[in-house]
Design a protein around this ligand. Structure first.
Ligand SMILES: CC(C)(COP(=O)(O)OP(=O)(O)OC[C@H]1O[C@@H](n2cnc3c(N)ncnc32)[C@H](O)[C@@H]1OP(=O)(O)O)[C@@H](O)C(=O)NCCC(=O)NCCS
Length: 178
């Protein structure tokens, strides 16, 4: 994948090995997210393992680790960790969307998600799934506004909830407007 422009201000591109230090710095700057999601700071090898982490049974070729780069200085301001065609063909699993704290709340997340969804559609995805925490109210609201719907699972007791967005809009109930 070459660069994909998000708006005039940034672009998405696959992260290369040389982006490792910048990813590490981003992860450290986002310790608040790791605390809210997992109740711990990022592990020392968190960034490194993000390059390789795969859910059980996923094809390594399905992994897509995308950086959000700011135009001008090309600084890494966010990351998306994606597994294509998992757990089934045409379903994309959005493992993480994470922006630097100072970049949040300025609609960058909505724009980045919009570009990602466009990419998923163009590669044949018909649904996107993700896990978030019920008590991360801001993130949950963000996903609801992007058209995701909770799939409650009573057997899940870890506070995480599966959310799904059908890209066939006739099946989706949320407001996915950017
Ligand atoms: C979640 C995240 C990607 C959202 O990106 P963002 O740029 O901050 O969000 P935006 O400015 O694009 O906001 C878009 C919408 O979501 C809402 N929203 C986003 N974050 C919110 C928050 N913390 N509290 C309440 N609403 C929030 C905005 O109010 C806005 O609502 P609207 O569409 O009704 O106007 C970003 O805040 C982030 O990286 N957070 C930390 C990591 C995280 O929690 N990721 C999700 C893991 S499941």
């Amino acid at each position: 994948m070459t660069r994909m422009m998000v708006d005039g201000n940034c672009w998405l591109a696959e992260l290369e090995a040389e982006d490792g230090p910048a990813l590490e710095e981003l992860v450290e700057a986002c310790a608040d997210y790791y605390d809210a999601a997992f109740g711990r700071p990022p592990f020392p090898a968190e960034a490194q393992s993000m390059y390789m982490a795969l859910p059980d049974g996923a094809d390594p070729h399905s992994k897509l680790l995308l950086g959000v780069f700011r135009s001008g200085d090309a600084a890494l301001v966010g990351v998306l960790d994606v597994i294509r065609n998992h757990p089934k063909r045409a379903t994309w699993d959005l493992g993480l969307l994470l922006l630097r704290p100072e970049e949040r709340g300025k609609r960058l997340g909505a724009q980045v998600y919009g570009a990602f969804e466009q990419l998923a559609r163009s590669e044949g995805a018909n649904e996107i799934v993700l896990l978030t925490r019920e008590d991360m109210h801001g993130a949950h609201r963000f996903w609801v506004r992007r058209g995701f719907v909770d799939e409650p699972d009573p057997s899940r007791t870890d506070g995480f909830v599966l959310m799904r967005r059908y890209l066939d809009d006739s099946r989706s109930t949320g407001d996915a407007a950017l």
